[in-house]
Design a protein around this ligand. Sequence first.
Ligand SMILES: Nc1ncnc2c1ncn2[C@@H]1O[C@H](COP(=O)(O)OP(=O)(O)O)[C@@H](O)[C@H]1O
Ligand code: SF4
Ligand SMILES: [Mg+2]
Length: 382
Amino acid sequence: MLHPARAKPGPGRRPGRKAALVRRGHWAANRGMDALDPTPDRGGPAQPLLAVKGLVKHFPLKGGLLGRTQAVVRAVDDVEFDVIKGETLGIVGESGCGKSTTARLLMRLLEPNAGTMIFDGEAVGENVQAGGLTLREYRRQVQMVFQDSYASLNPRLPIEETIAFAPRIHGLSGDESVTRARELLAAVGLAPESFARRYPHELSGGQRQRINIARALALRPKLVILDEPVSALDKSVEAQVLNLLVDLKAEFNLTYVFISHDLNVVQYISDRVLVMYLGEVAEMGPVGAIYDRPAHPYTRALLDSRPSMDPALRRTKPPLTGDPPNPVNPPSGCRFRTRCGHAEEVCAARKPLMADLGGGHIVSCHMATPESGHSQAGSLAA
Ligand SMILES: Nc1ncnc2c1ncn2[C@@H]1O[C@H](COP(=O)(O)OP(=O)(O)O)[C@@H](O)[C@H]1O
Ligand code: SF4
Ligand SMILES: [Mg+2]
């Protein structure tokens, strides 16, 4: 309950704002360690932790003497998905398909051109009076881990201070922040007594990525966005860091969005998988459905591209050839049509609708929609 002295609006304070924050769990009534405890679950398990609708990001390409916009890169175009509480949602696709842009949009490091994001029932980027979540409150609950473990760390700070920095900014005392940093170092498998005062250059790539993970957890977030977090690591270290992520998710009650171009890694860690192609969602569903019964020709081709250990199953012809088209000028209709073996006239004429294959499995292909006009319309089944 709110302390009466705190409930009373002070000079220069907006009346009721802090009370509203406390009531809704954005701000602990008492400062200190409580101030950074995880925000309570508001909507219950049925409410998505994050609901993304119509997300668009176009980057202008400027040129000429006057620096006018010459073209736009359609990096993310009308992307829509939910992140369910407690799950790991994998996002997979070839390089350049818009995964990192999506991650930065989710983190609100980039401002979208269009679209809405609802975090546990509250509109992100709105102020509290308008029934929303300010970016500051949102960013405390959502954290990110990047691929480049070295670039993400301050080379001049001992790692303990790097981890303690955000808690201190958010109101913990110096001692409390350091205690939290040391607890997190232990949680990510680095003994604080040997690692706390080391600098990033004194660590291996795997150790630095553990530090980045510890730092991401320092504000007790609910959602962690991991953009290719193990792609730069050796295979043996990759497995250790993946297992650590699985353990930390259970220990800290986290939800992950896990982005990778590596199909095996995504299969290992994800509950559900979203397949992206040229800035759009091609297919999404439970990991078993996507890997055992892929519906979209692109997903099938991606899975068929995986090298096989069985000589009898080895392919002589790659299932997916050429690079994805330029996102400055993507193909009309279905963006995959220039590489799809099933492409027909309708695929160039109209963008496919998102078809529901049941069990949460959805796909954007004319072959999945009975009246689409494709000669194999309705033939795709999960
Ligand atoms: N700041 C930017 N300015 C212009 N184009 C960009 C920018 N960031 C990303 N892009 C382009 O957007 C597309 C998607 O990039 P990205 O999201 O990094 O893909 P991925 O992470 O899947 O490899 C690419 O064509 C990339 O070149
Ligand atoms: S809509 Fe047409 S081009 Fe696109 S994946 Fe389906 S069949 Fe291929
Ligand atoms: Mg990327």
